[in-house]
Design a binder for this molecule. Structure first.
Ligand code: NI
Length: 177
């Protein structure tokens, strides 16, 4: 396992739609998943999508438990792997959460999204799964799956705000070339 470098917005890989993952997973892809987990926990973050480490594939991981307030003082983990995920339904009702992203460091903004979603995805064995999510998990999944379409949470902000963020990223992190 190793920690991979996280690309900083507006790196072109982050704004490119990612390709479907094919099964069975190769050893290289299994290593990518464990590296992504190590990278996410190290960062630390609650989610990471493959394009963020420079791999343009429809694969993301989340763990919304371990940094939860209710989990303070414990080290409970709940790593989830989402392969070829799709949001097949979303609620009309929306909710607003303050979002951040490991590819947009030190930037937190409120984003309005559907409050509940139904997700179809594959696990590491290629098994097709489907489930409903709400609350912070629904937002986290929409945020991560957006990455697979080359979209970031800053795309929900005003053009002016986004331009300021890009300027700051280039100045602070030399990002995007
Ligand atoms: Ni993100």
């Amino acid at each position: 396992m190793s920690i991979r470098r996280i690309l900083i917005y507006p790196d072109p890989v982050l704004t490119t739609p990612a390709k479907q993952v094919k099964f069975p997973l190769t050893d290289e892809l299994r290593e990518l998943i464990s590296d992504m987990a190590e990278t996410m926990y190290d960062a630390p973050g609650v989610g990471l999508a493959a394009p963020q480490v420079g791999v343009s594939l429809r694969l993301a991981i989340t763990d919304t438990i371990w940094r939860n307030e209710d989990n303070k003082g414990t080290d409970t983990r709940d790593l989830k792997v989402w392969i070829n995920p799709e949001i097949i339904w979303h609620s009309e009702e929306t909710s607003v959460f303050e979002e951040g992203c490991l590819s947009v460091p030190e930037t937190y903004e409120e984003v309005e999204r559907p409050a509940a979603v139904r997700v179809r995805w594959q696990d590491e064995h290629g098994t097709r799964l489907e489930a409903d999510f709400e609350g912070f998990m629904a937002t986290a999944l929409q945020h991560e799956f957006d990455h697979l379409d080359g979209k970031l949470f800053v795309d929900y902000l005003s053009p002016l705000k986004r331009r300021m963020i890009i300027k700051r990223m280039k100045k602070r992190f030399g990002a995007g070339g």
